[in-house]
Design a protein around this ligand. Structure first.
Ligand SMILES: Cc1cc2nc3c(=O)[nH]c(=O)nc-3n(C[C@H](O)[C@H](O)[C@H](O)COP(=O)(O)OP(=O)(O)OC[C@H]3O[C@@H](n4cnc5c(N)ncnc54)[C@H](O)[C@@H]3O)c2cc1C
Length: 636
């Protein structure tokens, strides 16, 4: 009998069996020499809270998985659910192929090291990622492999539209143009560029799953069913709401993102978009706000690698070329590239571009000054511990709390924030407005918004989230930078002219007939407020922002009217940099992770400290890190 030769395939954001380079190579290259394949997914303790996997009174060995500036849970309920569904779908798909999936809990590098130390592993393969934490994992695994005499291979991440190896993506990240359009022009025509998708492995074509695997080290227990997995993930989050006075689901409101996670559902969704004609119409509908089909809703699948951009491209090409008769009769079928499919490629390239920006700018992705570090923009933004002149910390805290629970008094913004809280999704149009409102109207540290999205979004993606927040805050790759401000009243008139979206998510406005009143309920007169039940509501009486706006004059000029432009937010008058932004790479507990920004404490941890669950000691360790760095202390 030959000795077993076991290959670990660590799956991170490539949760699919189709168009998967690692699985494909194992089925096509029969000389790989492995007798067994062990696909592993680790629920990473710094990215999602894992204490729910502990039974009994044992203490969790890791700090809570909180964001660094705001102290929010890094992975909220919507993405926990979607991720668990995606994992289970992957497990079932691998089982159908005659393989399996081993789920583990802990710090990724540590988990893999423990398995290597138990012996009998010959190689570890994984796909490279751009994030700071993911790169750290890769270094740790590489080191563990070296220490244990095990082969290590980092595969090229192939879930993007343009392949890194085709000579179109700059090999030196610093050569990436700072403007998206310049990059796009350098890679067009987009329809010609993507590589072909890789075939899905046939059943029993992969090396078999090992018969024995080192157990999950304590104190964690791995659930054996999807409901148990979801219960363990949700357990720590059930103890407290994510914010003060959270919104409740309005009657008759429906999620625009009712989709289950996983490769199976990603493919179904793509099929639906093509067969329903939604993809053909995409250019006309993509700025819509309500309903599942105004845009693709593929982002969450793309973020976890349940589907690849080139799979979307390939299916669109088949549609355009008329090579799949099941689409006969659908508008645009067989008629070549159309505005909808062309624009989808354009958006998918944005996603590529955001990833390449992460590669280029590294930890600057999380810096208050963004990619423009050194351009002295930091003093613009308040944080509860760093109010701007004339403000108190309590005022900033209240503004932020009302941002989080969607009671700012600005209809479009509140609708989007409540929708995001309740469903994990909001449209790109709404996201742009929300980010602009926080950073440019409220002048609050935009990283708190980025972290809040990290917690809430079902499709959270490191590069797309942080890159877009920087872009809108004016410290990223928007050539118009600080000069571009979204007027949320004008935007509401343009994209929600009948206030259907605002009325759906801010049900208190449903009795109002004038859309302008829905967009800013403070404009409703006293008598009417009483009649429609708006009387006494804080966000009606005391909105965080009042924008004078008249439809005839403000609409269409991109600026609103009266004080509706940038002046009313006070951006220009109050400045003076206070030098408080974090220095990349400081104040972190290196073992636990962190992405090189902010402090570890977070501001909105409501009641987490000193609750006597054994975690104070760990937080104390992080406090010491901060105390050794006075600049860092100033930061929070
Ligand atoms: C402040 C802010 C935060 C954002 N955070 C995220 C995030 O965490 N994850 C995420 O995937 N997208 C993010 N986006 C980008 C965009 O809003 C979402 O990708 C899109 O709304 C997802 O819905 P969809 O799949 O229906 O998009 P569609 O309109 O159908 O677009 C198709 C795909 O193109 C990509 N795409 C579209 N627009 C962008 C963009 N501006 N940047 C990068 N990729 C894009 C996405 O992968 C998307 O699935 C953010 C945008 C803003 C303004």
């Amino acid at each position: 009998m030959t000795d077993p030769k076991v290959l670990i395939y660590l799956m991170r954001r490539d949760l699919r069996v189709s168009d998967n380079p690692v699985l494909h190579s194992l089925t096509t290259n029969k000389d790989h020499g492995f007798t067994h394949l062990l696909p592993i997914y680790v629920l990473a303790a710094q990215q999602l809270e894992v204490s729910g996997f502990i039974e009994g009174d044992a203490k969790c060995p890791y700090p809570e998985a909180r964001t660094q500036v705001g102290g929010f849970w890094r992975c909220g309920p919507h993405r926990l659910k979607f991720t668990s569904e995606s994992l289970w779908d992957l497990k079932e798909s691998l089982e159908k192929l005659g393989s399996g999936l081993c789920i583990r809990v802990g710090m990724v590098g540590e988990v893999i090291s423990q398995i290597l130390e138990a012996g009998n592993i010959n190689a570890v393969w994984l796909t490279g990622e751009e994030g700071v934490e993911e790169a750290r994992e890769e270094r740790e695994i590489r080191r563990a492999c070296k220490n244990n005499g095990v082969d290590f291979k980092l595969w090229v991440d192939e879930k993007y539209l343009i392949d890194d190896r085709d000579g179109l993506v700059p090999t030196d990240p610093q050569e990436l143009p700072d403007i998206y359009t310049t990059y796009r022009k350098s890679v067009e025509p987009l329809r010609e560029q993507p590589r072909a998708v890789l075939a899905t492995p046939e059943p029993n074509s992969l090396p078999p799953f090992p018969s024995s695997i080192p157990p999950q080290p304590g104190p964690f227990t791995i659930p054996q069913s999807l409901p148990e997995l979801q219960a363990a993930l949700m357990k720590p989050l059930n103890n407290e709401p994510l914010c003060r006075a959270p919104p409740v689901m309005p009657p008759n409101a429906k999620s625009a993102h009712p989709f289950l996670g996983g490769e199976t559902y990603a493919q179904k969704r793509l099929g639906h978009l093509l067969s329903s004609g939604s993809m053909t119409n995409y250019l006309n509908t993509r700025n819509g706000l309500l309903g599942p089909d105004f845009s693709s809703k593929l982002s969450a699948y793309l973020a976890l690698g349940c589907i690849t951009a080139r799979q979307i491209h390939a299916q669109m090409s088949a549609f355009e070329d008329g090579t799949n008769d099941s689409w006969t009769g659908v508008s645009g079928y067989g008629k070549g590239e159309n505005p909808g499919t062309s624009h989808m490629r354009f958006e998918l390239l944005w996603r590529d571009y955001m990833r390449l920006c992460t590669r280029k700018f590294g930890p600057k992705l999380f810096s208050l000054e963004g990619f423009k570090a050194g351009e002295q923009v930091g003093g613009r933004w308040a944080h509860p511990s760093r109010p701007r002149p004339g403000q108190s910390g309590a005022e900033v805290k209240e503004m932020l709390e009302r941002f989080m629970n969607g009671t700012t008094g600005m209809g479009l913004i509140d609708a989007s924030l409540r929708e995001t809280y309740l469903t994990g999704y909001t449209s790109n149009r709404a996201r742009q407005n929300v980010a602009s409102f926080l950073a440019k109207h409220l002048s609050i540290d935009w990283r708190l918004g980025a972290e809040w999205y990290e917690c809430l979004l079902v499709d959270y993606d490191l590069s797309s989230n942080w890159g877009n927040w920087q872009y809108v805050a004016g410290v990223g790759n928007d050539p118009r930078g600080q000069a571009r401000i979204f007027n949320p009243v004008k935007q509401a008139f343009d994209y929600d002219p009948n206030a259907e979206y605002v009325k759906t998510w801010v049900p208190e406005t449903r009795e109002l007939t004038d859309p302008g009143e829905c967009f800013q309920a403070w404009t409703v007169g006293e008598e009417k407020r009483r009649q429609v039940g708006l009387n006494g509501l804080e966000w009606v009486e005391r909105p965080l922002k009042r924008i004078e706006f008249t439809v005839g004059r403000g609409k269409g000029n991109g600026r609103g009217r009266g004080s509706g432009g940038r002046g009313e937010s006070g951006d220009k008058s109050r400045d003076g940099r206070r030098g408080y932004q974090a220095q990349p790479g400081t104040g972190q507990n290196p073992r636990y992770g962190g992405r090189g920004y902010g402090s570890s404490r977070g501001y909105f941890r409501g009641g987490q400290r000193g609750r006597g669950d054994g975690r104070d000691a760990r937080m104390g360790m992080m406090d010491r890190d901060r105390a050794s760095n006075p600049e860092q202390q100033q930061e929070v």
